[in-house]
Design a protein around this ligand. Structure first.
Ligand SMILES: [Zn+2]
Length: 326
């Protein structure tokens, strides 16, 4: 198929989804994924947590050097971030390069003995570092609503159980970066607070100017080999715990730009083991960013989105519908 024809077909199918003007030409956003097709900015991943191009992260190498020196039985395997959608930066997944199989995806193990043999997933909010732009209670409630949205998907009962924490500055990554935080965790998934520019610049060059939020996944390793474990033999590395951080350099709103609940819903999607998906395009007329399919788990912010879209639900159900069985 000729490239022009292909792009036009993509444009037409995108118009069906986004109800855009069919005369409005679509242009690919600047490529930064190394994808070979010019119409494709961001590689779609499968609904079972398939991976984008594996991008090694020097930050994760630095963090894991410290964890290895302390002989911890976990490493940070990946960080997934979402961007503001304003420039040409798309959200990405960065990997720790020194683990054997980069194509492993990552998931919780039901009844994991390292997690007290529980079949629930606990979560908490670092209430010491909430968004400065809105009241604490509104910020907490926005995150609560996002968690509740994932917890109420009908195909699965995980359940997600909240642990309330009022006075601990959680954040293991934050601790490893020497920016406060805590050497440890209390919940499987922690909304570890709003961080200054320095934190996001450590993830990517000038990251603080375009990264809205980032989720770090720690996985258990075999101390002897250093490789991630797969105790339930499902082909996925076993998640130890996860942390999400939000960027204090942006202005945060409730039902405004940038909307806390929308980003919390996206990051919590990583918390429940979902990867990014959707292809990104920008219209030439107004430079507006579109994704196909539109989803909470798209890699950039395109506006307020409090409900899960069909691809999000399908992806979630493929990962969780048999929990705690396989
Ligand atoms: Zn993301």
């Amino acid at each position: 198929m000729k490239k022009q024809v292909f792009i036009r077909m993509v444009a037409w199918s995108l118009c069906l989804l986004a109800a855009c003007n069919r005369n409005e030409p679509l242009q690919p956003v600047e490529q930064n994924t190394g994808a070979s097709d010019p119409a494709l900015l961001f590689k779609a991943s499968t609904n079972t947590g398939g991976l984008e191009e594996a991008v090694p992260s020097s930050l994760l190498s630095t963090l894991n050097k410290k964890l290895k020196a302390e002989r911890k039985n976990y490493i940070v395997a990946l960080v997934e971030y979402i961007t503001d959608g304003a420039g040409d930066h798309m959200g990405r997944t960065l990997y720790y390069k020194d683990i054997g199989n980069k194509q492993l995806s990552h998931h919780w193990v039901p009844s994991d003995p390292n997690r007290d043999s529980r079949t629930n997933i606990t979560w908490t909010i670092d209430q010491t570092e909430l968004c400065a732009d809105i009241s604490e209670v509104r910020c907490i409630n926005a995150i609560n609503r996002a968690m509740s949205t994932w917890n109420s998907v009908a195909c699965a009962k995980i359940p997600l159980v909240k642990i309330t924490s009022t006075d601990t500055d959680w954040g293991y990554v934050q601790h490893l970066l020497g920016l406060g935080g805590f050497e440890g965790w209390a919940a499987d998934f922690t909304h570890a607070g709003w961080q200054p520019a320095e934190f996001f610049d450590a993830i990517a060059d000038d990251g603080s100017t375009y990264i809205l939020g980032a989720t770090f996944s720690f996985v258990w390793i075999d101390i002897g080999t250093g490789n991630p474990t797969d105790m339930d033999n499902n082909g996925k590395a076993d998640v130890a715990f996860r942390e999400v951080y939000y960027n204090d350099a942006f202005t945060w709103k409730i039902n405004g730009h940038y909307d806390v609940e929308t980003i919390a819903l996206h990051e919590s999607g990583h918390g429940v083991s979902l990867a990014h998906f959707g292809k990104a395009f920008r219209t030439t007329a107004n430079s507006k960013l579109h994704f196909s399919p539109l989803a909470v788990m798209n890699a950039a912010y395109t506006g307020i989105q409090h409900e899960l879209l069909p691809t999000d639900v399908a992806s979630f159900c493929s990962v969780w519908s048999h929990w705690p069985n396989r």
